[in-house]
Design a binder for this molecule. Structure first.
Ligand code: NAD
Length: 384
């Protein structure tokens, strides 16, 4: 049997909506023949695209092979065959859309951050919970191939006791002022009043990464910066950057693991990937990239001696072994989409709720406060 499930995809003409959610997730699931649950049951998404601009929607719907679309969100919400409402519109638009979808009794799934303030993120989580609606927030990094390989090592006890984690995220985002180097991120990211800022953007991710991989975050010290004060927007106009473009954060977990994460749109990359994360433990270490994981066990750790007067005799990159592919690694967003759809249709567990998403907003808000007050802050355990 094929069980169709109507999914409203709202705000999908944007960067994330189009690439990750429509093409690499929902369309990819449709193209693979749906989600095969067993020999008797396959779940098939039936998306409808919603947004403000009919022309943009029409073009996108055509590119995706002729999907239905509408600018009349209320009508899409009134249709009972649409069981899931998904939102990838701007962060500041999210609350209004979630409120509408809750009234229409849809299962709610959306991009992070759910809001820019903890109280608002918790309010949205409670709205869904009180209405008894299934809900989820995108936490894609957990399904990155490199992270999945890391988890395998961790679960096998490779690290011994994990001591520290160092994440390095970022790349140079062009300011747009030089011809031939257009900005590669939307300008709202650099305006606080439009929901921008790398602290709110990235600490949401690092919260669920640390909570899920290393243990609950207990405290944070964070320094932000607006290194580049002016950029050019989509119309070529100069604007003032009112939000942070770099975040230097140190966090401690409840079990004493020190996690440092740098996030920046103002660094040039001379490392393995746009995101790298080194984990050091008593018995082994690993470096994680988006798709790879390199490991070094205690017994093969080289014995360096500090001597700047000679060329370095050790090639440090050679002492690492790559974790091989052990299975097929699908797109991270798609894997989470499949889990959410199975949660809605089959009632399978799904822990990445709006409440979990609110924890990310909480860490970001505390990061901003830590920066403003120049001090360490504890993360209160108020969100369950
Ligand atoms: N999970 C991740 O790794 C990740 C990465 C980047 C962005 N995001 C999040 O995804 C969201 C979108 O980011 P983006 O980079 O795609 O931005 P974007 O500016 O490219 O897309 C935003 C989309 O929302 C639409 N929109 C805005 N207001 C709307 C309204 N009132 N009604 C309907 N549509 C509306 C815009 O037209 C646009 O299509 C943000 O909340 C952002 O924080 C998540």
């Amino acid at each position: 049997m094929i069980r169709h499930i109507g999914i409203i995809l709202n705000g999908v003409t944007g960067r994330m909506g189009t690439n990750q959610h429509l093409f690499r997730s929902i369309k990819a699931i449709m193209d693979q023949g749906g989600i095969k649950v067993n020999d008797d049951l396959t779940i098939m998404p039936k998306p409808i695209l919603t947004g403000r601009n009919a022309n943009k929607l029409a073009a996108l719907a055509a590119r995706a092979g002729g999907l239905p679309y509408t600018t009349d969100l209320d009508a899409a919400l009134a249709d009972d065959s649409n069981e899931i409402f998904f939102d990838a519109s701007g962060t500041l638009q999210r609350a209004g859309f979630i409120e509408k979808a809750v009234k229409a009794k849809k299962a709610i799934y959306c991009e992070k951050p759910t809001a820019v303030e903890t109280a608002e993120a918790v309010r949205l989580a409670k709205l869904c919970e009180d209405a008894g609606l299934k809900n989820g927030v995108v936490q894609d990094k957990l399904w990155l191939t490199g992270i999945r390989k890391f988890k395998l090592l961790r679960d096998q006890g490779f690290f011994g006791r994990i001591l520290s984690v160092r994440g390095e995220f970022g790349y140079w985002v062009f300011t747009g002022e030089h011809e031939g180097q257009p900005a590669q991120r939307p300008s709202w990211n650099y305006r606080k009043e439009d929901g921008g800022g790398i602290i709110i953007d990235m600490l949401c991710h690092w919260r669920y990464v640390i909570d899920n991989l290393f243990g609950p975050v207990k405290s944070i010290s964070c320094l932000g910066a607006t290194h580049v004060p002016k950029r050019l927007d989509e119309r070529g106009q100069v604007y003032d950057c009112t939000s942070d473009d770099a975040c230097y954060a140190t966090m401690e977990t409840a079990n004493g693991i020190v996690c440092q994460f740098n996030s920046s749109w103002t660094v040039r990359v001379r490392r393995d990937d746009l995101f790298t994360m080194q984990v050091d433990g008593t018995l082994g270490s690993a470096t994680v990239t988006l798709r790879k994981c390199f490991a070094q066990a205690a017994g093969v750790t080289p014995r360096p001696i500090w001597n700047p007067d000679i060329e370095q005799p050790i090639n440090f990159f050679q002492g690492w072994q790559e974790v091989p592919d052990a299975t097929t690694y699908d797109n991270a967003f798609k894997i989470q989409w499949e889990e959410f759809i199975r949660h809605v249709v089959l009632d399978e567990p799904f822990r990445y709720s709006l409440r979990e998403g609110a924890k990310g907003v909480q860490l970001a808000e505390l990061g901003l406060k830590s920066w403003a007050e120049r001090k360490w802050l504890d993360v209160p355990d108020v969100l369950g």
